[in-house]
Ligand binder design. Structure first.
Ligand SMILES: [Fe+2]
Ligand SMILES: [Fe+2]
Length: 351
């Protein structure tokens, strides 16, 4: 028996994340269009701030998807919906009010997608919960945007129907509603709002913690199906993480971390990959499987300790904050591309 690397539940969540990303891109396009079409200062300012949040959130979403470890296109029906909305927004069949109305529906859909993923993640595993945590920030901001859109709709609707302005105090009511939501979502939400300023150490540490969570989940588990699922994720995550490190991080640190120390990191990862491939051809219900996982976990932990203690110190002493943030972006881009290539290879093999 050979381990299957892909898991249906995890793939379904990945597709939902694909939906969220597509809708997020659509929200941004709509808001750019509204800024061109709006003639009201206050409304324009609100859209301007919303657009800034949404652009930042698209970046956070990209991080979440790469950290989650499985990339999927949006579902067919969502792609069709996006196409339809794009046409409606660009055409002139709809009034400005009606366009904003459609936009509010999309925001609602985005909030519901976020909540659904959150609930589903609780069922699948602690590693999934950890990977998607930053989605909470996006969801909180989208709920706030929904309230702002309701305010805009009230102003536009009354104006369109009667030609006169709505009552004063709409924005005060919007602010009160947002304050009420922030109470519901709680303070945990704001902790992750700086994700766009992550440096290379933060993102590597996040990956290290995730794989550690996966090891713990696997070792505490006695269900063969679940063990397969956790191993599949460990296999994909460790390979993508190591390849991306070898491509962008190790060459960058070599001048100050030293030739011998850097070579050691490459060698250790080469051995980790050998163990991963051995495990892939083993029976996950055999006791030998968990023993090999324990060996792998020890090797990974030693390697991680070297990176986090010595290599990170080297980065702190030899690179500026900007350089460390740039390296983070390069790492994410490389890892995202590697994940896609690995997925393509897996489908070729299974076809
Ligand atoms: Fe690492
Ligand atoms: Fe590494």
């Amino acid at each position: 028996m050979v381990v299957t690397l892909d898991d249906t539940k995890r793939d379904a969540i990945a597709a939902k994340l694909g939906d969220i990303k597509l809708i997020q891109q659509l929200l941004i396009q709509n808001e750019e269009l509204f800024l061109r079409e709006s003639t009201d200062n206050e409304i324009s300012n609100t859209f301007h701030r919303m657009l800034e949040d949404d652009r930042k959130n698209l970046g956070i979403l990209d991080t979440v998807i790469v950290q989650y470890g499985i990339q999927r296109e949006a579902e067919q029906n969502v792609q069709q919906l996006a196409q339809k909305v794009r046409q409606l927004m660009q055409g002139n069949e709809l009034s400005f009010y009606e366009k904003v109305f459609q936009h509010e529906l999309l925001k609602h859909q985005q909030v519901m997608n976020g909540l659904t993923i959150h609930k589903a993640a609780q069922k699948v595993g602690a590693d999934v919960m950890a990977a998607i945590t930053p989605l909470n920030t996006i969801n909180f901001e989208n709920r706030a945007h929904q309230e702002q859109l309701k305010g805009i709709l009230e102003i536009l609707g009354v104006r369109e129907l009667t030609g006169v302005d709505a009552d004063q105090g709409i924005w005060t009511r919007v602010q009160d509603a947002i304050a009420a939501i922030s109470g519901v979502f709680g303070s945990a939400v704001t902790q992750n709002s700086n994700q766009q300023d992550m440096n290379i150490q933060d993102i590597l540490r996040m990956d290290h913690q995730k794989v550690n969570t996966l090891f713990t989940e696997l070792l505490n588990c006695n269900e063969t199906q679940k063990i397969q699922e956790y191993f599949g994720q460990i296999y994909k995550d460790l390979n993508a993480h190591s390849d991306a490190e070898e491509e962008v991080v190790y060459p960058r640190v070599r001048p100050f971390y030293g030739q011998a120390n850097t070579q050691e990191l490459y060698d250790e990862q080469a051995h980790v990959k050998v163990l991963l491939d051995q495990l892939k051809s083993m029976n996950p219900s055999a006791s030998e499987f968990k023993n090999t996982i324990r060996r792998l976990m020890e090797e990974v932990n030693d390697h991680v300790r070297e990176e986090e203690n010595t290599m990170f110190a080297g980065i702190r002493n030899n690179m500026t904050n900007n350089e460390a943030e740039e390296l983070c972006t390069q790492f994410k881009t490389a890892k995202s591309r590697i994940q896609q290539e690995m997925a393509r290879k897996r489908t070729q093999v299974s076809a």
